[in-house]
Write a protein of this length. Sequence first.
Length: 422
Amino acid sequence: MNLAVLGSGGREHAICYKLKQSSKIKKLFCIPGNAGTQKIAKNIKADISNFDKLYQVIKKNKIELVIVGPEQPLVDGIVDYLNKKKVRVFGPDKYASQLEGSKAFMKNLCRKHNIPTANFGIFDNFDDASEFIKKNGAPIVVKADGLAAGKGVSICTSVEEALKNTKEILDGKFKSSKRVVLEEFIEGEEISYFAIVDKNSYHFFGSAQDHKRVGENDTGPNTGGMGAYSPSALLTKELENKIKQKIIQPTLKAMKDLGHPYRGFLYAGLMINKDEPYLIEYNIRMGDPECQVIMMRLKTDLLEIIDSIINNKLNNIKIKWSKKNSITIVLCAKGYPLNYLKNSEIKNLSKIKLDDSNQIFHAGTYSKNNKIYSNGGRVLNITSCSESLVKARNNSLSNINKINWKDGFFRKDIGWKAIKNS
Ligand code: AMP
Ligand code: GLY
């Protein structure tokens, strides 16, 4: 089968890496891809937000199945578009993509179906929002309703800060929506919980813990994710049952009842408070960098899983996982998440021996004259798996030390909470 993965991050490289192991694959394309995907797939330079052009590329290259990596094309309706053109595509339709595309949609669905989540209010005028903020006080979480490239959430420790952030959103700081969602702050530890879903059933698709803050000991500004490990140390069987029964199953049933059965990867961002899960957010895709650590542990043929979903036969498949722990440490360009340097050469990558337990997934990289350069904030994902998380982390750290890149930095403490408690 000829396949295309859409996107250019570490997540897409990890998906390509796994797909490439499938015996069913004929040609693998990554659109637009990066310097890492280029080694295992054919990169095609195309703008994935231009659906008409993308369709031309799909036809020209006889691509039979499209796997969508990032959220924006899903929220913009790529699945509906390609389905109309009779192209097989893996991901939720535009309506179901509101689970990530509109926080108001997600919160209202939770309220209607008693799915545990933070108490909230949704506002499109400042007077009502400000009354809610003053009544509830700080800390309070202020969220832009629509997609905001990871920048739409602020945890406000004072009423003044909450009012300021609310006003900015209502004034149109984010193009996607002028609505604001105000939420109670829930204490606890976070888990990224994944499911893979077709019309009739779903399977657990791995757990992980991300590290969003830029600095060690979880300090400094939020980022897209500085590293992750899998499985999450918090996920017991009992907790997993609660997550399935209280959160995943009612959501999938609600989407079906709305006439838009969910299909694709479903990523629940959860806060665990006193052994109870609360839904913080839904994402309609794999996480990045969570995907990198999950793909390292997946034993079943990914293409077989996705193919069975397209045919709504997921319940015929058993998904197998390695019992090992995996970790990824994100090597970033200095300055990230603020302004950072681009076009800086990264040397010595070939000194790292790649195998089933050690991989480098590229994100913001490109290659020119056989040299690798950076062109993003998050640049490389140094990924390892081993019998213990400490061993996996040591392997990743020793691989990073082989790389010669003067303009990069990373967190040495990924997995610190789990390692401290082990
Ligand atoms: P989101 O984009 O919704 O995932 O929010 C980004 C981050 O903000 C989450 O990963 C949490 O760490 C934090 N966060 C969001 N909502 C809440 C909440 N209601 N209570 C506590 N932390 C939150
Ligand atoms: N790792 C967080 C995300 O993918 O949204």
